[in-house]
Design a binder for this molecule. Structure first.
Ligand code: 5AD
Ligand code: SF4
Length: 458
């Protein structure tokens, strides 16, 4: 006899995730969908019966990585005697569809971001070699409804999807094509999932959406049944026992409404960190990008958010080298960065994406110019990030402990401003909120001394 039926039917699952936090969340949900079929995570792709590559299409480099990874998996599949099933999920799957199977025939299944719940059915079909190997229909409502309602928590922090898709059509971006139109999840479902996470020890949730502040999900009938905004949702979720911290990402300046701004002032659980991408500081470029706002409009939003919550840390994304970007346009971006003062920011060289309007525009810049500008911008952003981290020295911060640190006896956690914090402390603190006095700071993290364990979460 060789073990229980469960053990006998266990199959190895390896998921490789590229790209944004939405993909990280989707990979978790893929794991949830496959668990009832007997799939359990394994450490390396070689040991897996099913490998899922969850892909990103946002820049050319991200897409290239997928094909090189698939080349490696093909060799592993051959070495396994063909036992391994290879599934490609995410935005490259959506954008390339059948082309993916043509370019890499070792791929067994291709499924877009709205089709994860159909994965069990697709695997069954593939094993009998019947039917479609491709599922790239847009069916977000069906996806929201079909995914398992409960989640298995993995530590004290968790993502909760509240919105998907994007109707903004920035001229450089593939997301509206790969993720489809904006759609919000029902408040009831979000509350159910959050409660289930809280009961497993989750203290901090990050509400996720491609345009998360465009959220307008239907409220429960008992609450009137109207569509709620993100501000209303945050206030409601902050009342769930155990949920001490709420974050949301990623937002668009056009959807930063007054109610959400005031929620930052009246909802202590809403963490003082706002990722509000601006992309450029030049009005001419913002217009060509179809962002729907000016640089001053953005400055005004940040000023109002800071009025509501003076200590709020601001983050952004930037694209440099958009077609037609002049020295003066780039300087306007640098000036905006100086004016705002960022805690952290992500900056990218413009990457031309097939099918987007910007790809057809005149005035594409050379890599040399793009490299120069990127270095100048990143230099300034690094200075600001270092300065922001150093400004915490001497303060006592509430830190959510998220795990063991690199050195023995060390733990790490998250500050309210989303900084990584390292300090000496016992493992029993994992999942708790503790006060840490900050004694050191670098570009990417803080070090501190444990002061006190907060009663509320003991
Ligand atoms: N080229 C470079 N960066 C891009 N982004 C989106 N599309 C492109 C592109 N074509 C960046 C934006 C966005 C982030 C997720 O990726 O800054 O906010
Ligand atoms: Fe892309 Fe613009 Fe939508 Fe963000 S708002 S996902 S950059 S189209």
């Amino acid at each position: 006899m060789t073990g229980t039926p469960e053990e006998k039917s266990l199959k190895g699952l390896f998921i490789r995730t590229y790209g944004c936090q939405m993909n990280v969340y989707d990979s978790e949900r893929i794991r949830d969908v496959l668990r009832p079929l007997g799939y359990a995570p394994v450490e390396a792709p070689e040991a897996a019966d099913l490998v899922v590559v969850n892909t990103c299409h946002i820049r050319e480099k991200a897409t290239e990585k997928v094909y090189s990874e698939l080349g490696q998996l093909k060799r592993m599949k051959e070495a396994s005697g063909g036992r391994m099933t290879i599934a490609v999920a995410g935005c490259v799957a959506q954008a390339e569809g059948e082309e993916l199977i043509r370019r890499q025939p070792a791929v067994d299944l291709v499924l877009g971001p709205q089709a994860y719940h159909k994965l069990p059915e697709m695997i069954a079909r593939a094993s009998r070699a019947i039917g479609d190997r491709l599922e790239t229909e847009f069916d977000t409502i069906e996806k929201f409804d079909a995914l398992p309602k409960t989640r298995e928590a993995d530590g004290p922090t968790a993502f909760v999807s509240v919105q998907e898709g994007c109707d903004k059509f920035c001229t450089f971006c593939v997301v509206p094509y790969t993720r489809g139109a904006e759609i919000s999840r029902r408040v009831d479902d979000i509350v159910f999932e959050t409660r289930s996470l809280a009961s497993q020890g989750v203290r901090e949730i990050t509400l996720l959406g491609q345009n998360v502040n465009a959220f307008h999900g239907p409220a429960p009938v008992i609450e009137g049944g109207d569509d709620w905004t993100l501000g209303q949702l945050c206030r409601h979720l902050s009342k769930i026992g155990g949920i001490e911290r709420i974050r949301y990402t990623t937002s668009h300046p056009r959807d930063m409404d007054d109610d959400l701004i005031s929620a930052h002032g009246d909802t202590p659980a809403l963490m003082p960190f706002l990722h509000l991408p601006v992309q450029s500081g030049s009005d001419r470029i913002l217009k060509a990008m179809n962002r729907g706002h000016t640089a001053d409009h953005y400055r005004d939003i940040i000023a109002r958010v800071r009025q509501a919550r003076p200590d709020i840390a601001i983050a952004s994304d930037f694209i440099i080298g958009f077609p037609g970007e002049s020295d003066a346009d780039f300087e306007a971006t640098m000036q905006l960065v100086r004016d705002i003062g960022y805690a952290i920011a992500y900056s990218f060289k413009y990457s031309s994406r097939p099918g987007t309007p910007a790809a057809e525009m005149h005035g594409h810049l050379s890599e040399v110019v793009k490299d120069e500008r990127l270095q100048a911008l990143q230099g300034l952003l690094r200075e600001q990030q270092t300065e922001f981290n150093a400004s915490q020295i001497g303060k006592s911060l509430p830190v959510l402990v998220t795990g063991k640190g690199r050195n023995p006896g060390q733990m790490h956690g998250r500050s309210p401003y989303l900084q990584a914090v390292h300090f000496e402390g016992p493992e029993s603190l994992n999942g708790k909120i503790v006060d840490v006095k900050v004694v050191g700071a670098s570009l990417n993290s803080l070090t501190g001394e444990l002061m006190r364990v907060r009663e509320a979460v003991l």
